[in-house]
Write a protein of this length. Structure first.
Length: 173
């Protein structure tokens, strides 16, 4: 497994929609393993393929990880939200592609997601709480949507300006 570099805001790739994976090949399995390794190293609880520079509809999660011990790594291939509850929850979200920035975001409290697993079998999961929030956050990534898009225009503009400035400073060395 390889820890891959993260794609960071303002990289335009984060705004692109990801393509369906298609067949689950050894390369896709390797990418999923690399993504889990990258997510654990960051550390984070979710990661979409676009965040490691791959425009594929693939995401990994582990919302029960505790102090460096892998809890329940999950791999979702071509995930699709098929139902959202009317009830909402608010969670303080962050993103590995927007480091060290956190804001409260309101999302549906429960979702149903259809996806293929790493063995190319169709699955469906109903999720609530943190898992529902994380699934929605990562599926948004696959559609070119970031959690900051749920914030006020003022907050969103501040974040975009901050990360554009940091990117210019990094480019200058």
């Amino acid at each position: 497994m390889t820890i891959r570099p993260l794609v960071i805001l303002p990289d335009a790739m984060l705004r692109q929609a990801s393509a369906p994976v298609g067949a689950v090949t050894p390369e896709i399995r390797r990418l999923a393993d690399d993504m889990l390794e990258t997510m654990y190293d960051a550390p984070g609880i979710g990661l979409a393929a676009v965040q490691v520079g791959e425009l594929k509809r693939l995401l990994v999660l582990d919302v029960v990880r505790d102090e460096g011990v892998d809890g329940n790594p999950m791999i979702f291939i071509d995930p699709e939200i098929t139902w959202k509850s009317e009830e909402a929850n608010i969670y303080r979200e962050g993103c590995l592609s927007i480091p060290e920035y956190y804001e409260e975001v309101e999302r549906p409290a429960q979702v149903r997601v259809r996806y293929r697993d790493i063995h190319d079998k169709m699955q469906e999961i109903e999720a609530d709480g943190l898992l529902a929030t994380c699934l929605q956050h990562e599926i948004d990534h696959l559609n070119g949507v970031l959690f900051i898009d749920y914030l006020s225009k003022l907050k969103r503009d501040r974040v975009n300006t901050k990360f554009a400035k940091l990117a210019r400073q990094m480019a200058r060395g």
